[in-house]
Write a protein that binds this ligand. Structure first.
Ligand code: KIV
Length: 265
């Protein structure tokens, strides 16, 4: 990697059609491994509630957890852009959102991610106007698992698909710097990616987005639950864990991952 990754780097990669790689990291050692392997973005995700803490959802994760893990990741990072999740109910009101986003930025974050559609548009405007970049997480939003009724593919019917497209455009208009699309049909993700000028990251959203993200434990094949979009890269590695991370980075950049078998149609 030449110099640290910034939002400008990702924007430029989108313009050139070059795919970028994101992966979750929760500690210094893995942050070092993943960023040295060429991942452009490290996400300190609230998935830590499930993969590190053993909860069955991300809801119990606190701001204290997020700040602690962001500080660890910051120490090990070698030039990747650091994204931090605002956890469940940490962006329910204006002052709370600004305070919590500031805490994550002070801990080392360079962009915050929050889940939602039109309802986070105003929040997005307030954060970005104050210098805090925003990634809007759309499609399957795990913090709303109880309302959705499970971890299900979103946007399958035309009405729901159209809502996601319109909300994506609205969020760009309100200043979002990136979108993350989780578990939506590949054709819908492609339409969204082509409809906005900001970089779009996908997970279970097919190949035709600008970047891919995976939870690190899924890349290493050690998560107990393996949805369709997950691939274990350890069998492709002749160099243990660092080799598996490098294999994931290469597969995304060479557009070999995700394949149709990892996507929803
Ligand atoms: O928290 C997380 O790890 C995430 C990814 C699943 C994208 O939001």
């Amino acid at each position: 990697m030449s110099g640290p990754t910034t939002l400008y780097t990702l924007q430029d990669m989108k313009r050139r059609g070059e795919k970028f790689v994101c992966i979750t990291a929760y500690d210094a050692l893995f942050a070092g491994l993943c960023s040295s392997a060429g991942a452009e973005v490290l996400l300190v995700g609230d998935s830590l509630g499930m993969v590190l803490q053993g909860h069955d959802s991300t809801l119990p994760v606190t701001m204290e957890d997020m700040v602690y893990h962001m500080q660890c990741v910051k120490r090990g990072n070698k030039g990747a852009l650091l994204m931090a999740d605002l956890p469940f109910m940490s962006y329910a009101s204006e002052t709370q959102t600004l305070d919590n986003a500031a805490r994550l930025m002070r801990a080392g974050g360079q962009i915050v991610k929050l889940e939602g559609g039109a309802w986070i548009a105003e929040t997005t405007r307030q954060l970005t106007e104050r210098g805090i970049p925003v990634c809007a997480h759309m499609g399957l939003t795990p913090q709303s698992v109880n309302r959705i009724g499970g971890f299900r593919v979103q946007g399958r019917d035309p009405g729901a698909a159209n809502t996601i497209i319109e909300e994506a455009k609205l969020l760009e208009e309100y200043g979002a710097n990136m979108l993350l699309l989780e578990c939506i049909p590949a054709a819908l993700a492609r339409t969204i990616s082509e409809s906005v000028s900001i970089p779009v990251i996908g997970i279970g959203a097919g190949r035709d987005v600008d970047g891919q993200i995976m939870v690190m434990h899924d890349v290493l094949g050690i998560s107990p639950i393996t949805p369709r979009f997950v691939k274990n890269f350890l069998p492709e590695s002749s160099a243990g864990i660092p080799g598996a991370i490098a294999a994931y980075v290469a597969a995304v950049k060479e557009q070999r991952f995700p394949g149709p078998e990892h996507s929803y149609h």
